[in-house]
Design a protein around this ligand. Structure first.
Ligand SMILES: [Fe+2]
Length: 157
């Protein structure tokens, strides 16, 4: 079912656009969830700065997921942010369980940020010929995550 009576894109372009957006939606939701796991299970020197930075990254991922989901709805296609959708189609590796050192957390979480950014950039390329408005949302999301990745991995020895 489409919710839009007056469509913005033709069916073919819309289907390709929302398919790209959906792949980024699940990655961004997973990144936010993994960020909290990392935020709670951090231990060791420089705890506080990384603990707080992870919350900033979570905010960026949540904001991005909200923008992406609402763009899908705007185009008349239902976003799927259910945990079952995230689990079956996320491209991020699962986060390790248990307490982790700051060093391991920075390394593991930076890897997942890089995967998310890689997916965003792939979709930015695909959307170039389909929908510049959706592309713009992904560019803004990737720009913020790329800046956060810089600040996170700058702490690696
Ligand atoms: Fe907290």
């Amino acid at each position: 079912m489409t919710s839009a009576r007056r469509t913005i894109l033709n069916d073919e372009d819309r289907d390709a656009t929302v398919a790209a957006l959906q792949t980024n939606l699940v990655d961004l939701i997973d990144l936010a969830l993994q960020g909290k796991q990392a935020h709670w299970n951090l231990a060791g020197p420089h705890f506080r700065s990384v603990h707080l930075q992870l919350d900033e990254i979570i905010d960026a991922a949540r904001l991005g997921s909200d923008e992406v989901a609402e763009r899908m709805a705007t185009l008349g296609s239902a976003p799927d942010g259910r945990i079952s959708a995230v689990e079956s189609s996320t491209r991020l590796d699962p986060f390790p369980g248990g307490f982790l050192t700051v060093e391991s957390t920075v390394s593991e979480f930076a890897d997942r940020m890089a995967t998310t950014i890689e997916g965003l950039r792939e979709s930015i390329g695909i959307l170039d010929s389909l929908d510049p408005i959706s592309q713009d949302i992904l560019i803004a999301t990737s720009a913020e995550l790329e800046k956060q990745l810089w600040m996170l991995q700058a702490q690696e020895a």
